[in-house]
Write a protein that binds this ligand. Structure first.
Ligand SMILES: [Zn+2]
Length: 207
């Protein structure tokens, strides 16, 4: 909705953004209108590492950002091809750009498709995208998957451990190392505290 021209009604995904990121510009009629550009926060990590548990804890707290789980869109959209994943991330960002007009940025929990965010049309409406991966000791992760979530599929467990190792050792996006936080031995409350701290740090980098 924020991306629809209020003057001529142009709803195409063709809008430009002013250099100061404070106005949206319609290329069809040159009308400009105000919007709030904010950062987007991505809480990621492999299956079983505790993204959802952390998000649930965060939802119980008063804070300066909105928490959303990308799975709800995943479940109602196709996810077979690269294009499907790109569309999924586009919808996450399109929804986010509208919700953040209420004055708070969003933090999404999402396991994959991380490489899609920077290359979307909707990227222009955000100042920065910040990624934080929850990681943990591989033995702890396997225990969490088997005992916490009753997962017995060895391939799923192995791929999750490999993904976790990737975040710990090399995980990069656009040549930048993804931030990580090791949850081994941490309580849910401590992890939620850290995520809140990380969001405030990234929101105010000079603090
Ligand atoms: Zn227009």
């Amino acid at each position: 909705m924020i991306g629809i021209c209020p003057k001529c009604g142009n709803y195409e995904w063709d809008k430009q953004i002013s250099d100061n990121k404070k106005q949206i510009i319609c290329p069809k009629c040159s009308h400009e209108w105000n919007f709030k550009a904010m950062p987007l926060f991505i809480l990621t990590g492999s299956s079983g590492v505790g993204k959802t548990t952390t998000a649930q804890e965060l939802m119980q707290r008063d804070k300066d950002f909105i928490v959303m789980d990308a799975d709800f869109l995943y479940n109602i959209m196709p996810h077979e091809t690269e294009e499907d994943y790109k569309n999924w991330v586009e919808q996450i960002m399109s929804l986010s750009k509208n919700i953040m007009q209420g004055g708070k940025p969003l933090l999404w929990t999402i396991a994959g498709a991380l490489d899609k965010f920077e290359n979307t049309y909707n990227r222009r409406f955000f100042t920065e995208i910040h990624y934080l991966a929850l990681v943990c000791n591989p033995i702890v992760l396997e225990k969490r998957m088997r005992e916490g979530r009753q997962i017995t599929d060895v391939n799923w467990i192995k791929s999750s451990i490999d993904y976790n190792n990737w975040f710990m050792e090399t995980g990069t996006l656009s040549n930048q190392k993804i931030d990580t936080y090791n949850i081994s031995g941490k309580s849910v409350s401590e992890v939620a505290d850290y995520v809140t701290y990380w969001v405030s740090l990234k929101s105010n980098p000079t603090r």
